[in-house]
Design a protein around this ligand. Structure first.
Ligand code: C5P
Length: 212
């Protein structure tokens, strides 16, 4: 089974993806990490984030062993990822890696922006997670502070809104729900509430009881 989770920055899809993978015994891929790794590689080698040739080369040399690097979590990496991910050739190069991950048994949970629309259009269950931008900014700020980073909630909110705008309006693989995705608004849900709501959706789909 393939579970596709998409949604905007800091909507809680990564945590949800991890928890669902644990629950079902599947593997989990946070696809944002891939674009963050490409952006960090460019920043480290001193290339401009809009340098297409360098970005494509970095995408081709992607090393999954670096996915756990804490530097990938930073706001700068996220902002950079949203720039490199708008380059169509970069996305093309990374499609196979994501599809292969999804295809390996026993099942997989992938979260990102275009999993249900482009990477796994035949996913068994698609969930599109949304949350109020202010709630997202607050959560992201708390996470940054917990890591010991200085974070100003107003700046984080501005970054989130800029990223939403860029991700939704790029010509290639824009952030949008697939026609057959279930919407999960977790603005007022805590982590456990979000996980329960997602499991309810997945179980209803598995039992052939599609929800409205
Ligand atoms: O989800 P995360 O915040 O880590 O993603 C960082 C950026 O990578 C996003 O703002 C988006 O531009 C890009 N991304 C994407 N497609 C994905 C996952 C992430 O374009 N499947």
């Amino acid at each position: 089974m393939i579970i596709a989770i998409d949604g905007p920055a800091a909507s809680g899809k990564g945590t949800l993806g991890k928890r669902l993978a644990q629950h079902y015994g599947y593997r989990h891929l946070d696809t944002g990490v891939i674009y963050r790794a490409v952006a960090c590689a460019l920043m480290q080698s001193g290339h401009d984030l809009r340098d297409e040739a360098a970005a494509v080369a970095a995408a081709m040399e992607l090393d999954p062993a670096t996915f756990g690097d804490p530097a990938l979590k930073s706001q700068k990496a996220g902002e950079g990822a949203s720039i490199v991910s708008a380059i169509p050739r970069v996305r093309e190069v990374l499609v196979d890696f994501q599809r292969q991950f999804a295809a390996n048994p026993p099942g997989a949970v992938l979260d990102g922006r275009d999993i249900g629309t482009v990477i796994c259009p035949d996913a068994d269950v698609k969930i599109f997670v949304v949350a109020d931008p202010r709630v997202r900014a607050h959560r992201r700020t708390m996470e940054a502070k917990a890591r010991g980073e200085a974070a100003d909630e107003a700046v984080v909110l501005a970054d989130i809104l800029a990223r939403d705008e860029r991700d939704q309006n790029r010509p290639v693989a824009p952030l949008k729900p697939a026609a057959d995705a279930y919407l999960l608004d977790n603005s007022r849900l805590d982590i456990e509430g979000g996980v329960r709501a997602a499991i309810d959706i997945i179980e209803a789909v598995r039992a052939g009881r599609p929800r409205g």
